[in-house]
Design a protein around this ligand. Sequence first.
Ligand code: ZN
Length: 327
Amino acid sequence: MSQTAMKWTVILLLFVIIVLLSVCLYLDIDFSGGQNGLVSTPAGNSSSTDTTAVNAFATDTAPITYTSPVLTGTETPETDPPVTSIRPPVTTPVPTTEVPETTTVPETTEPPSVTTERPYDPDAPTICIDPGHGFTDPGAVAKLNGKEVYESTINLEISLHLKESLEKMGYNVILTHDGVNLPDEEYLSETSPRYNVNNRRKWILDRKDSIDLVISVHCNTYSTPTPSGSRYYILRTDDEGYNSRSYTLMTKLLQSVKTAFGLSKEPSWARQDLAVLKNGLPSVLLECGFLTNPGDLAQLVDAAWQTRYAQAIAEGIAAYCKAYVTK
Ligand SMILES: [Zn+2]
């Protein structure tokens, strides 16, 4: 064979090879031994992203088995599970609403009442206050600005101020009455006035062992408007003169009132046979002023004056108790 013939033979063989390769590619003939060029994908799922897809040119020729129930089952293919978003739900932040500041309501405490009994202190002296008159007995009656003023009202007001002052100092205080409630029936008289001085004396005597001293509160009157100022009275007995402890108590009261009010003239005092003072205890009856004196009357009805006066009396009582009452 000539060289030219050899040359054309080679060219022809190359051409035939190219043609054969082209035909094979066209017919999609697999030279790797597989059934065909593409591996079957599960029915209804030919997505290239399916994990069961196998590279067509993989060298692993082991038979591929499917375990998907879709392929083995004959029943109705499972429907796709409901799509559940794996993205966490966007939670719209709930705006925090301004909580209005709550107004702190202070604890309400019961206001101290005048009639509230202070707990009894066995280590403190006990003072008995007798507000003169009361109930059906108004005592002396004065006129102020066209209105009647009862002595019993003023007596009770001063007595309550005195009670308050003494209790603040730590003393026990008892009243023969509070102006509202009458004592028990045994202390009442069938004659008018029902709760008279004799009945109060009985009331005090029944409590004598627990009382250290007695103060009876009154206001004075006279036939003319001239007399003014306080008068203090203690009991006089025919055989003993007067009770020395009552006298000492009275002088303490006089000193205290003189100091508090700067009196140029000391309140006078006298010894009288006053039933309410017949109790054997240190006892003083106060006539705080004259209802018949215009100047005294204006003071006697004034709450500020009543408070000052009661405080002075309380300090006189305290001076006496510190010196003479042992507990
Ligand atoms: Zn009186």
